[in-house]
Ligand binder design. Structure first.
Ligand SMILES: [Zn+2]
Length: 127
């Protein structure tokens, strides 16, 4: 049983929506990089380490397809598996991603990007 709470809003991982504090959580837990709330209030969270685009927005992992693929590539291992499930009408419904750091984990979400973030955080055992 995985019980992981967002360090920013204290929401349980499987309940967490795709938003900026989830992006910042992934940035820290998966990539080991620091973020801080955007003092300008524009991007939600910004990078907090020189050499990684200091002050630029944390990547939009939970909503941007390209950014979410960087999460997969980082958390990936030889047992990597990515699944998409489709409902009877052939439209994408829920996604399950199992991969990461020698662990097999799963997550469901309304989008692939969100499922990737949830699964990656479970894989690293993020807190
Ligand atoms: Zn949060």
């Amino acid at each position: 049983m995985v019980d992981l709470l967002c360090p920013h809003c204290k929401t349980e991982i499987d309940e967490h929506e795709a938003n900026r504090c989830l992006d910042a959580w992934v940035w820290k837990a998966v990539f080991g990089l620091d973020a801080r709330p955007d003092p300008e209030g524009v991007y939600g969270f910004v990078r907090f380490k020189k050499g990684w685009g200091y002050g630029e927005p944390v990547p939009y992992y939970s909503t941007d397809m390209e950014a979410s693929w960087r999460v997969i590539e980082t958390a990936n291992d030889d047992n990597a598996m990515t699944h998409r499930w489709y409902n009877a009408r052939g439209r994408t419904s829920f996604h399950h991603i199992g991969f990461g750091f020698g662990k097999k984990v799963g997550a469901r979400a309304s989008t692939m990007q969100l499922a990737v973030c949830r699964a990656a955080l479970k894989a690293v055992g993020a807190t």
